[in-house]
Design a protein around this ligand. Structure first.
Ligand code: MRU
Length: 353
């Protein structure tokens, strides 16, 4: 399995996704500033993966802090957390990871600083391990929606590279294949950074999955020709009313799916669900550099001085989403907010194929 991020004795090892598919190289980050830079520059990307990398960056840097009290230790960690939180605004996973590390520190405030350092490492490693298990569970709940012989369209990269391993949107496909179903994948190339063409295609080929790359503007035509049976995408932040932020272009795919009567599924670990935000309009949408649009492989393709809009994400309203597949089951978007409450009857809420 491809590993986007790994904990090493003296560094956080990050697979440099900006060089894929041509080169498999790693960046050994020895502190949070290096981790923050790799996140900002998309050397590691994908909502769960950047959450894990941020947790590991924090744990790594914590080892070098000299503090004699809990208060001094936490004070020294504050700017580290702030820097990591400011790297990318749309995915909620960095915030989720920092909150988890903060809760751990608060719960163990009576421990020595040396013990707190160990606990941060254990927690960062646990976040990675749990993410793989969560994805596997998403796969098991999601595979029921894939029939033998289906073709699944996906957008961007929500595979192993975007997570601790196994992927979110790719998990149902991998489980369906393990179940002996014949499944074909169509990957939107996903302009401008080409996560679909470069990353999804590469990692699925490595895993022996039948994958075909299309230009983003081909999806509608292929749906009309009956060549796509369902869509599964990941999410950077899904909110209380079931609205889904994901890579720019996801909204177009969802609208086209509805127009063509195709199911549109979102694979969302609970770490990507922001129960604090009521609706999608409140999700901060990252805008990236003009150069991502004006240049391809370093070569300018647009006229000098042309104006550019480069939104990295869009929001798909809940009405276009057939189901949100989490590690706890698949749910209608309107029911997703109920997962924040304790003691709910999940079996009553789950939807089945
Ligand atoms: O800008 P990126 O490459 O970080 O965007 C990633 C996506 O939009 C993914 O589809 C999303 O994070 C889900 S990953 C499981």
């Amino acid at each position: 399995m491809v590993k986007a991020v790994q904990w090493k004795e003296d560094c956080v090892r990050i697979l440099d996704q900006s060089r894929l598919p041509h080169e498999v190289t790693y960046i050994d980050c020895t502190d949070y500033l290096m981790v923050a830079e790799t996140i900002k520059t998309l050397k590691i990307r994908g909502a769960p993966a950047i959450g894990i990398a941020a947790a590991m960056g924090l744990a790594r840097t914590a080892q070098d802090i000299e503090a004699s009290s809990y208060e001094d230790f936490v004070k020294a960690l504050k700017p580290v957390m702030d820097t990591l939180l400011q790297t990318r605004p749309t995915a909620v996973n960095i915030k989720w990871a920092m909150q988890r590390m903060t809760r751990l520190l608060q719960k163990n405030r009576d421990e020595t600083v040396e013990r707190l350092k160990e606990l941060l490492i254990e927690e960062a490693k646990a976040i990675l391990e749990e993410d793989i298990e969560v994805n596997r569970a998403i796969g098991v709940w999601g595979a029921q929606f894939i029939r033998d012989g289906d073709t699944v369209l996906t957008h961007c990269n929500a595979g192993a590279l975007a997570t601790g391993g196994y992927g979110t949107a790719t998990a149902p496909i991998l489980v369906a294949l393990e179940q002996g179903k014949k499944v074909r994948v169509i990957a939107d190339e996903t302009r401008p950074v080409l996560q679909g063409a470069r990353l999804t295609a590469w990692e699925l080929m490595q895993a022996g999955v039948d994958v075909t790359v299309i230009t983003d503007n081909s999806a509608g035509a292929l749906m009309r020709r009956g060549e796509i049976d369902l869509c599964i995408v990941g999410t950077d932040r899904t909110v209380r009313n079931g609205d889904v932020a994901n890579k720019i272009g996801t909204y177009m795919v969802a609208v086209l799916a509805k127009e063509n009567g195709l199911p549109f599924y979102v694979a969302a670990p609970l770490s990507s669900i922001d129960f604090s935000i009521p609706s999608g309009e409140m999700i901060p949408i990252e805008e990236r550099s003009e150069e991502e649009v004006t240049h391809i492989s370093g070569k300018q393709i647009t006229p000098d001085g042309v104006k550019v809009i480069n939104l990295a994400f869009d929001v798909t309203p809940a009405r276009y989403v057939t189901a949100i597949i989490t590690e706890k089951g698949a749910f209608r978007p309107k029911d997703i907010k109920k997962l924040a409450s304790e003691g709910i009857n999940l079996e009553e809420l789950r939807i089945k194929a």
